[in-house]
Write a protein of this length. Structure first.
Length: 424
């Protein structure tokens, strides 16, 4: 197995195997691959359920969860979260359409992200979207103008780029010059503007400083900062805060040296923070929102490809698969990673066999970037074997250059109670 410790831990915790073959949601991966072909993504509904339940147990009572569509926009996944009382967080007009197609009512959708076009804003506002998170002064003015013209006040929150970095996130998005949100030092002036624009209904704040955070203390510090900024906004506006959106950022372990987020520590710390707000007038009837994406779906997905060729070149053995970075850019290390490390990788029909060789795992694309595993220790591989890349439910298929070299798109398969069906 590649990253054997990580793979073993995942299989023991979330999956299983029979006669060396991975079972996902009670179904044999061999059977699934034969039925739907390779490459493919497989998602286990039961793992989604476990992640959602774990997060709900860790968040203070009354928190609302808004699934971040960008993590994985497949309709079946969106429908799952909508049916389980989650809202949806979107970052484009296209994601708004996907959210609505999945059955999410407009009032349960929040819209963030820089560069919203006038057409996107007008459509969302005309439909009665729940909340738009303002990313700039110009965007606030644009929303105000559209809302005044269509006669529908816009519920808005201000996305704030805080003055300090939340150190430890894999991708920091706050505390420095950024296209995301309003700099904290400009907050007062934007609050003042919203109060003069009768077509804007200021709800509260959105703060988001990073992603893939595995340190519970950093999450707690992030929430603490958000509450401080909310108090500042309330004092400036003279109004109570209706929503505090703490964003997402919750991580999952991809690599052997990473430990899961300590939800028990996070739970205790957040409970103390929210308890402090109970008697504060500015937080009476405030809605507290969390916007996880990766945390909820990443572990539920596996990318599966089949070995089509094996070759040795100047002392290195290459395993060549029928799918690669065109379907899973993140696993190749080309989606923002500064250091390329292997996701948990295994031969899915040889799970309990000892590692015998060290190989390079590559896809079929004509580029040296198409390497999904480097110096991976595996049992002896053969043409026709199934290779699995775990932790592939988020930022995989939809974040990849699927048009490059015009290979066929992979199937996506949904497993629920041992039964499987194609969902794309």
């Amino acid at each position: 197995m590649g990253n054997p410790d990580a793979v073993h831990v995942l299989i023991e915790r979330l999956f299983g195997f029979h006669d060396h073959v991975l079972c996902i949601g009670g179904a044999s991966i061999r059977t699934i691959a034969e039925r739907y072909g390779t490459p493919l993504f497989v998602y286990d509904q039961q793992i989604l359920e476990r992640a959602l339940s774990a997060l709900r147990a860790a968040l203070p009572a009354g928190f609302e969860i808004f699934y971040s569509v960008k993590a994985n926009p497949n309709r079946a996944i969106l429908q799952y979260f909508v049916k389980h009382d989650c809202g949806l967080e979107i970052a484009s007009g296209g994601e708004y359409l996907k959210a609505r197609a999945a059955g999410c009512p407009p009032e349960r959708i929040v819209y963030a992200g820089p560069g919203k076009t006038p057409a996107e804003l007008e459509f969302a506002l005309s439909e009665g979207i729940g909340e738009i998170h303002v990313e700039s002064r110009l965007e606030a003015e644009r929303i105000a103008g559209i809302s005044a013209r269509i006669g529908h006040p816009a519920k808005v929150a201000i996305r704030i780029n805080p003055s300090e970095e939340a150190q430890g996130g894999a991708l920091l998005m706050g505390g420095k010059a950024s296209p995301f949100g309003i700099d904290e030092e400009d907050l007062d002036s934007l609050v003042d503007y919203t109060l003069t624009a009768s077509s804007l209904d200021l709800q509260g704040i959105h703060i988001y400083v990073g992603t893939q955070i595995l340190d519970a203390d950093l999450i707690i510090a992030h929430y603490h900062k958000a509450l401080q900024l909310a108090r500042r906004m309330a004092a400036r506006s003279g109004k109570p805060i209706r929503t505090v959106d703490f964003g997402g950022g919750l991580g999952i372990p991809y690599f052997s040296y990473e430990m899961p987020l300590a939800l028990d520590i996070m739970k205790d710390g957040l409970a103390r923070l929210i308890e402090e707000t109970r008697e504060e007038p500015c937080f009476q009837n405030t809605r507290f929102l969390s916007e996880p994406g990766r945390f909820l779906v990443a572990e539920a997905g596996i990318y599966v490809a089949r070995i089509v060729d094996i070759k040795t070149s100047r002392g290195k053995k290459f395993i060549i698969m029928d799918g690669g970075m065109n379907h899973h850019l993140a696993a190749s290390g080309n989606l923002g990673q500064t250091i390329k490390r292997n996701y948990p990788i295994a031969l899915l029909e040889k799970l309990d066999l000892p590692a015998e060789e060290t190989v390079e795992i590559v896809g079929p694309l004509c580029t040296p970037l198409d390497a999904l595993g480097r110096a991976v220790k595996l049992p002896k591989a053969e043409v026709g074997d199934l290779v699995g890349i775990f932790q592939s439910g988020a930022y995989a298929f939809s974040a990849s250059p699927t048009g490059f070299l015009s290979h066929e798109l992979p199937a996506e398969v949904w497993i629920e109670n041992g039964k499987h069906r194609k969902i794309n």
